[in-house]
Ligand binder design. Structure first.
Ligand code: NAD
Length: 288
């Protein structure tokens, strides 16, 4: 299949390479020359503009930083340039309202489109083990599914347009809350004279168990190897967690949802990310 791929950054670079490995002809574009060179190395053909990458493409995949950029790329570079009837897949993490608007406008121009944000970081993008949460019609999902399956281990239909983004921000708000809770529990255990490994051994098989503890433990040397064992480098940057929490708070306000702990988590990550934006989000334990 001829697939245009727009946005070849930390995530998009690996995803485009996996589409090549699955036998697709990938027509790639990014504003960064270094990203284009890496994409060529991975077997993509590259183009001077997104418009040209979209020419003749049966599908367009985008992996871009934010909603404003997604909107501008689809308005100016995709609509009218990708052939009518192409399936469009935006895998960026953006706000629910923009995702719904872009899908509705592209549909009015004769395309089918899904929002398909991902869970899993750069390693999962490179290894083809992302989880995709997909919003869109049954027909659009059926067309998008095999393309996404070439880049991930799970592709889940979350419902109508925008529901992929809704699932993503609800999930990441929950992640932020249980990561902070896990950090507080370890810090308090320490102050009470309880050894971190002993607390882990108890809590990981008790009712306090959660993913932040047993899969992403914020304490170095405890549990599986995590960014904590690497000075809180790599992993999921605090700045990206803050971006997702802001999107979650916007969506909650729009929907009238009560998210007191989510709001508190946003405030704590806002304070932590100032000066630590590139640090893994589990590094928030250092502030306790
Ligand atoms: P990144 O900044 O590494 O990559 C974004 C790429 O988009 C860059 O290469 C940039 O040059 C390119 N770009 C920007 N404007 C463009 C334009 N107008 N046309 C073409 N290319 C353009 O970011 P990333 O880490 O790859 O993240 C991409 C998306 O994935 C974000 O929405 C992010 O929230 C989401 N995400 C990231 C992670 C992660 O761990 N990095 C995990 C899950 C989801």
């Amino acid at each position: 299949m001829k697939i245009a791929f727009i946005g070849l950054g930390n995530m998009g670079g690996g995803m485009a390479a996996n589409l090549v490995k699955a036998g697709h002809e990938v027509r790639a574009f990014d504003l960064s020359e270094a990203a284009l060179a890496a994409a060529r190395e991975a077997g993509c053909s590259t183009y001077p503009t997104a418009k040209e990458a979209c020419q003749g493409a049966e599908a367009v995949v985008s992996m871009l930083p934010n909603g404003a950029i997604v909107k501008s790329v689809y308005w100016n570079e995709v609509i009218g340039h990708a052939p009518e009837g192409a399936i469009l897949l935006d895998c960026s993490t953006i706000d629910v309202a923009t995702a719904r608007e872009v899908i509705s406008v592209t549909q009015a121009h004769g395309y089918q489109m899904v929002d398909a944000p991902v869970s899993g970081g750069i390693a999962a993008a490179a290894g083809g083990t992302l989880t995709f949460m997909v919003g869109g019609s049954d027909e659009a999902f059926a067309r998008a599914q095999p393309i996404l399956a070439a880049m991930g281990k799970a592709v889940i239909h979350a419902g109508a347009a925008g529901n992929g983004q809704a699932a993503k921000i609800c999930n990441n708000m929950l992640l932020a809350i249980h990561m902070i809770g896990t950090c507080e529990a370890f810090a308090m255990a320490d102050k009470l004279g309880l050894d971190a490994q002993t607390f882990y051994d108890i809590s990981s098989v008790s009712s306090g168990q959660c993913w932040s503890m047993t899969s992403y433990c914020p304490v170095p040397g405890v549990g599986p190897v995590t960014p904590a064992d690497n000075g809180y480098q790599g992993g999921f940057a605090a700045g990206l967690m803050l971006k997702d929490l802001k999107l979650a708070m916007e969506a909650a306000a729009g929907a009238g949802a009560k998210v007191e702990l989510g709001e508190h988590a946003r405030a704590l990550y806002e304070a932590f990310a100032a000066g630590n934006a590139a640090t893994d989000f589990s590094g928030i334990i250092r502030t306790l």
